[in-house]
Design a protein around this ligand. Structure first.
Ligand code: ADP
Length: 245
C-alpha cells in the first residue's frame, strides 16, 4: 500500500479557549477525491487553514507526504505542491484565458533555463493541456471578464493545475453555479483526481453525490461520519446534527 498524501491525526486548534478542531483525523490517499461536508462552524475552513499553514494546530500531526507541516510556515508549505482554491476566484479580468494560465506557470530559475524552456514550447503545451482538462479550449482567446461564473471558477482551477500540485484543496467550488455548471465541475474534479489528490469542502449534497467518492462529515471540529454518500446520509448521527430530518 502506498503512503497517504495527507495525514492528519489528533489535530486540535483552540481559539481563545474555543476548540475549532478537536482531535481531528483525516487520511487522504494518492489520487483520492475526498468531499468534506459539515454544518457552518464545523471546522472545515480551519482544517484547510491547518493544511496550508495559515493556522497552527495546538496539538496533533499534520503530514503531506514526508513533510511535517506543523514545522513549516505558510510560504514553505506553498512550495511543496499543495494548491488551494478559495471560493472567490482571483483571475485577471483584462487578460485572456490563455494569458491567465500562462501567467500561473512558474518559469524555471535562471535566465538560460528560462530561455531554453520558452523556446521549447513547453509553456504553450502545458497551457493547452490545462485548457483541454478544464474544458476551456474554445474560450482560450476570450478575456476572463466575459466568462460565466462557472468558467471563471474552472479557469482558477486551471491556474492551480499549471503549478502541477499533488494535492488540490477546493473551497465550495459550486457555490452559485447552475446545475449544468455543477455537473461540469464534478466531472472536472473527478478527472483531476487520479493523477492528483483533491479535497473539496462543500455544502451542496447533490454535488457531493455527483463526485461519488468518499465523504467525511465534520461536526464540532471532529469527524462525525465517513464513507460513501449513502452511508453518511443514512448515519443517524449525521441525520441528527446535519440533515435535520
Ligand atoms: P466552517 O468552515 O466549517 O464553517 P470554521 O472552520 O470557519 O467552520 O470555524 C469553526 C469554528 O471556529 C467556528 O465556531 C468559528 O466561529 C471558530 N473560528 C474560526 N476562526 C476563528 C478565529 N480566528 N478566532 C476565533 N474563532 C474562530
Amino acid at each position: 500500500m502506498s503512503a497517504p498524501v495527507l495525514y492528519l491525526d489528533g489535530v486540535s486548534v483552540v481559539f481563545d479557549g474555543f476548540r475549532a478542531l478537536d482531535n481531528l483525523s483525516l487520511v487522504v490517499e494518492p489520487g483520492e477525491l475526498r468531499a468534506v461536508i459539515g454544518p457552518n462552524g464545523a471546522g472545515k475552513t480551519t482544517m484547510m487553514d491547518v493544511i496550508t499553514g495559515k493556522t497552527r494546530p495546538s496539538a496533533g500531526q499534520v503530514r503531506f507526504r514526508d513533510h511535517d507541516l506543523t514545522r513549516l510556515d505558510e510560504a514553505a508549505i506553498a512550495t511543496l505542491g499543495i494548491g488551494r482554491k478559495f471560493q472567490k476566484p482571483t483571475v485577471f479580468d483584462a487578460l485572456t484565458v490563455f494569458e491567465n494560465l500562462e501567467l500561473a506557470l512558474k518559469a524555471p530559475r535562471g535566465p538560460l533555463a528560462c530561455l531554453r524552456w520558452a523556446l521549447s514550447g513547453e509553456a504553450r503545451r502545458r497551457v493547452e493541456a490545462v485548457l483541454d482538462e478544464t474544458g476551456l479550449s474554445a474560450r482560450a482567446q476570450d478575456r476572463a471578464a466575459i466568462l460565466s461564473h462557472g468558467q471563471r471558477q474552472w479557469l482558477e482551477i486551471g491556474m492551480l493545475l499549471m503549478q502541477d500540485p499533488e494535492l488540490l484543496l477546493v473551497d465550495e467550488p459550486v457555490a452559485g453555479m447552475t446545475d449544468q455548471e455543477t455537473e461540469h465541475t464534478a466531472a472536472l474534479l473527478r478527472r483531476i483526481a487520479g493523477t492528483r489528490s483533491v479535497v473539496a469542502v462543500e455544502h451542496d449534497l447533490e454535488f457531493v453525490r455527483a463526485l461519488g467518492r468518499r465523504v467525511t462529515v465534520l461536526h464540532e471540529g471532529s469527524v462525525l461520519s465517513e464513507g460513501s454518500i449513502d452511508h453518511v446520509q443514512n448515519d443517524p448521527r449525521v441525520v441528527e446534527v446535519y440533515l435535520g430530518r
